[in-house]
Design a protein around this ligand. Structure first.
Ligand SMILES: CCCCCCCC/C=C\CCCC(=O)SCCNC(=O)CCNC(=O)[C@H](O)C(C)(C)COP(=O)(O)OP(=O)(O)OC[C@H]1O[C@@H](n2cnc3c(N)ncnc32)[C@H](O)[C@@H]1OP(=O)(O)O
Ligand SMILES: Cc1cc2nc3c(=O)[nH]c(=O)nc-3n(C[C@H](O)[C@H](O)[C@H](O)COP(=O)(O)OP(=O)(O)OC[C@H]3O[C@@H](n4cnc5c(N)ncnc54)[C@H](O)[C@@H]3O)c2cc1C
Length: 616
């Protein structure tokens, strides 16, 4: 499996490189985006062993290395002359980066770093492609000068011979083992023992160790976390695509499959005519659209911020970090749960490998863990919200994506309920701000009762998480509202198209309202009649969107090869394709399987003989 995926990944890399040269000669930016795109991930169903090389190794060299270091390592990596990975996580630590145990001691006598993974728990563990594909890596370690810790630093480390691919002396490298999916990625382990690299192998764009051992601190230490910010943005985009793929499959299947007359004596309808089926499928289509738009916005913000960071302007980093975290969490959680819901919406056939929903799930689910475990990132956003709430209390302006928090904080009570989109959006934002206020009070009370700030974060963790989750909902819903209602492109849309978009907005807002009804009722009074009215609107908008479901998913524009699904093909020949796939199964190669004579027949015979004996 690993060797097939390496072969496919290389073919894809070549093809994309040629597209890059044709459409963006000399540029380097579209290549990583293309490389990680849905086409590639779908065509390499066991995972792309070059993803971390392209998304993290090359970027870190470009963004964390000096120009000289880029010339030495980065250019070769961009050309795929060397293949690397990002080796940060260890067997004993993934989340708590300050606890990483790998160390780099500066030897000023030789102007080298001595790299070590001193214990079993300090072995690098998980990096994509490290097991077999890579010959280089970025090794993240605690930097020590004269045995004094200076914080995290990144080192370019050659781990295999460029000619023979043999591991170099002092390097212990291998594959970590079979996973629930992504088995083509050869995630690896790495131990280093007194492994020396020249001083200029430490990436020194933002912090430096001078030849005499003097340490020049980065102006902003968090900039060393920047490679993770990029991948979080990519996860937001990629997981939205996985959800869109699953939604396309389930929608197409739901207009082919017929089951159970709705009226006695009537023919069996397409299953998508059943209201509960609409509720399983259509909201997921809409969620995919909503997240794709949010992820596109995030990507633009990333591009602008990355350019600024390259010029050493770090001012927008906190906002990008907060948004990348929350969208990474929201898209990975919602796509994972959504894909499973869509699998169930395909009944028994959804469980067949031929439907491909299992593999799409296996691709999407680990994003809840990698690149920052989701609960940990919720807490990270929760902490940022606390900081921003202090700013609100001090009357200061907030970053644009949090401006709604200031606005809601000024409201003494929620305005008259109208049920309009503006009212629904405001209700979500208002509940979010109420949750932030409660979390802040709880956190503050703990700090005032002499708890440390970190302990106060831990014990207010549930409230911080709730506030972060609602902030994600507020941002995503607000972004969708702006794009549908206030977009400058609105007037170029046909009235029919605008109506479909507005129906999607209606469904999204009502869906989020019902998901968070408990949270909203905590802060806003809404009557039973007002809630019932929303229930009727939900049923109505599902009915309105039903005829558009196929067209919307067709507009995602996945071709059959990418979906790889007997249930989701464009031509709708579901049963023919399921049969075709079944007949290809190895057990169908022979009418009588080998195990019959060897095991089954003797077993049955023995039972028959015993039965005969007991009758005698
Ligand atoms: C189309 C493409 C397809 C995509 C598919 C992807 C394919 C690739 C597949 C897999 C790749 C997976 C690769 C990896 O997993 S690499 C390893 C990733 N590891 C992590 O993400 C570790 C998670 N941990 C952390 O990020 C941090 O430790 C932490 C949780 C944020 C906590 O760190 P720390 O304790 O140091 O920090 P504080 O909480 O005290 O925060 C201090 C201040 O720093 C700010 N901060 C934190 N992180 C960042 C950041 N990234 N950028 C900017 N600022 C950051 C934080 O807000 C605090 O700020 P303050 O103002 O309060 O001082
Ligand atoms: C498919 C895959 C690919 C990966 N690729 C790479 C790669 O290329 N390079 C790389 O370096 N790493 C990679 N990783 C590792 C990944 O980044 C880590 O697994 C991830 O950051 C989570 O860290 P952890 O495994 O240590 O989880 P842990 O931190 O041990 O989490 C376990 C549990 O503890 C909880 N927890 C931890 N800390 C806190 C806290 N402060 N507060 C509350 N709860 C907490 C978590 O919420 C979670 O429930 C990959 C992982 C996977 C699954």
């Amino acid at each position: 499996m690993a060797s097939m995926s390496v072969k496919h990944a290389i073919a894809a890399a070549k093809k994309l490189r040629s597209l890059q040269e044709r459409f963006n000669p000399g540029g380097s930016d579209i290549y990583p985006a293309l490389m990680g795109d849905e086409a590639i991930t779908a065509l390499i169903p066991s995972g792309n062993p070059l993803s971390v090389h392209i998304l993290m190794f090359t970027r870190a060299l470009r963004e964390q290395g000096t120009d000289e270091q880029y010339e030495k390592f980065g250019r070769r990596a961009d050309n795929n002359e060397i293949i690397g990975t990002f080796a940060q996580t260890e067997l004993g630590h993934g989340t708590y980066l300050r606890g990483l145990e790998a160390r780099a001691d500066y030897d000023r006598g030789t102007e080298e770093f001595v790299l070590n993974t001193p214990k079993l728990s300090s072995y690098k563990w998980w990096p994509g492609g490290l097991g077999q594909t890579c010959n280089y890596c970025i090794f993240v370690a605690q930097l020590y000068i004269d045995n004094e810790a200076k914080g995290m630093a990144m080192f370019v480390v050659q781990i295999r011979d460029e000619e023979t691919h043999m591991p170099l002396p002092g390097v212990h490298v291998g594959e970590i083992g079979k996973k629930m999916g992504l088995n083509g990625v050869n995630n690896g382990f790495l131990g280093l023992k007194d492994y020396r690299v020249p001083r200029l192998n430490m990436l020194m764009r933002h912090q430096q160790v001078l030849p005499d051992g003097r340490f020049v601190k980065s102006p902003v230490s968090q900039v060393s976390y920047f490679p993770m910010v990029f991948v979080r943005c990519m996860v937001a985009r990629q997981n939205s695509n996985y959800l869109a793929q699953a939604a396309t499959i389930a929608t197409r299947y739901s207009v082919i499959r017929r089951q159970s007359p709705i009226e006695e004596g009537q023919p069996e309808p397409k299953i998508l005519e059943h209201l509960t089926q609409q509720m399983k499928v259509i909201p997921e289509i809409v969620t995919a659209v909503v997240y794709r738009l949010a992820a596109a916005n995030l990507q633009n913000m990333y591009n602008e911020t990355a350019e600024a960071v390259y010029r050493k302007d770090f001012s927008r980093l906190p906002e990008l970090h907060a948004l990348a975290c929350i969208l990474k969490v929201a898209t990975s959680y919602d796509s994972t749960y959504g894909i499973e819901r869509l699998r169930q919406a395909c009944g028994g056939h959804g469980y067949l490998t031929a439907g491909n929903l299992g593999n799409i799930f296996a691709m999407a689910a680990p994003a809840c863990t990698y690149e920052g475990e989701n609960s940990v990132l919720y807490l990270q956003v929760g902490k940022i919200l606390m900081k921003n709430w202090s700013q609100v209390l001090a009357g200061r302006e907030l970053m644009p994506s949090m401006a709604y928090i200031s606005e809601c904080s000024k409201m003494t009570s929620f305005p008259q309920w109208t049920g309009s989109w503006e009212c629904l959006l405001k209700a979500i934002q208002y509940a979010c701000v109420g949750s932030i206020r409660l979390a802040f009070q709880s956190y503050n009370a703990r700090v005032q009762s002499a708890q440390s700030q970190t302990a106060a974060v831990n014990y207010s963790g549930l409230e911080l998480t709730k506030a972060a989750e609602l902030h994600g909902r507020s941002y995503v819903a607000g972004n969708f509202y702006q794009q549908i209602v206030n977009s400058p492109n609105k007037h170029q849309r046909s009235p029919q198209f605008q109506k479909v978009l507005e129906n999607m907005l209606e469904l999204h807002l009502i869906q989020i309202f019902f998901r968070h009804l408990g949270d909203i009722l905590r802060f806003i009074r809404i009557t039973e009649d007002e809630i019932s009215a929303l229930q009727r609107r939900l049923e109505e908008v599902l009915k309105e969107l039903r005829p558009d479901a196929v067209a919307i998913t067709d507009a995602f524009d996945f071709n059959d090869k990418i979906l790889s699904s007997a249930l989701g093909c464009y031509d709708g020949n579901v049963y023919e394709r399921l049969f075709e796939a079944a007949l290809k199964h190895p057990l169908n190669r022979k009418s009588v399987p080998d195990f019959f004579e060897a095991h089954l027949k003797p077993f049955m015979k023995e039972n028959a003989d015993n039965a005969k004996k007991s009758k005698l």
